[in-house]
Design a binder for this molecule. Sequence first.
Ligand code: FE2
Length: 449
Amino acid sequence: MRELPWPAKVYFVVLNAAAVALVVESAVTPGWFDQAELPTLIVLALLFLVCESVPTVLNVPQAAISVSFSAALAAVVLVGPEGAALVGLMAVISVRPGLPVVKRLFNGAQFVICGYAAGVAFELAGGTVGLPREDDFPGVIVPYGAATAAFVLINFALTAIILLLAEGVGKDQVPLRGTVQILGSYLGYATFGLLIAGLWATVQSISAVLVLIPLFVARWAFGHYHAQQRSYEATIAALCQAVETKDYYTRGHCTRVSRASSMIAEEIGMGTERLRAIRYAGMLHDVGKLGVPTKVLQKDGKLTEEEFAAIQLHPMRGLEIVHGIDFLDEAFAGIMHHHERQDGKGYPMGLAGDEIPEFARIIAVADAFDSMTSDRAYRKAKSIEEAVAELRKGAGTQFDPVMVNTFIKALDRHGWEPPRAVSAPPEPAVAAAKDHDDPTMPIQVISER
Ligand SMILES: [Fe+2]
């Protein structure tokens, strides 16, 4: 709270004052509440509390949606605007260890205001508060839709205002794709809210359990999925680090190749799963360097044919190292063929043109670009313009011209942050004498015959 600018603090106080006024008004307004509805109100409040205590983490930074939205909307139908406001107040005491008091108060105020407004919208659109009867359907869907829209819009507006007033705290953290994902989730949770209200007439509070069990199972499964994704990322990061310890000058190369490959993949419109696979492939493309003797990588001057063969084998070695990791899937093709050339003069298979898998054609461009724009032991980094000129020069012979053009377009759109200049390596020097990825300085080989 202390780090918030004063307009955000004023907004926070006003929001909380409005919520307190609504809660007091709801508690003292005579007539809206029937003693018989008390058990319903208590069960809904408990249900909301349980749901609010286990937010569903979406794959969007800083965004967590909880099933409590369903409970809040069910309250709108069953106990009206005043009841929904009182139920929303439970957000303040949710069991979420570590959640700051300021955030709790903000969440509570948001739920009180949104719940009340949704209740008013429900009634204005012709909805009747109370247990829905059989003949209320499908007519109740229209007022329920109005209540959902009011809830979501006001919730978005209240959040957007605090982000704006906080001058960038958390701004830009939910990209458009994330917003669509959140809106889709709201729609799904809203449907569950109506189901709870609809079933209440026949099975009372058990309706909440019946509807929410599948939701909690889904949440549990998603939790596992996210944990699995995190362990994949950690595995890949560990392998990358192992590769980069072989050469002082290639620190960060895997990550940058991964980023450049993803830029090309996004530009050509790859789907989410393939985007993830190419990201992994970019990270691991040189994992086979673990199988190349360090003394060969660090050898100064010309290599013997045998030594050069050891370098040319690194894509195969890479495949051998990671072939048991089944989540890599299409990434295997990128690792295996990232040194093939359009003219068929690459390695390890000498594939040409479209015979080369798409992942490998993308990584080849990203790999050469990052190598050229980074410092190496034997030369300084080239500028982005020089590297792009080299890519154009190699288009059609070394690189797929479509991928080169796509990358240039992506560079125009997103820009590129080249790595910082590398100072001299600490002794003993761990630095490769030549970079096999550098298209401007081919490795010199001496014939043994
Ligand atoms: Fe390589």
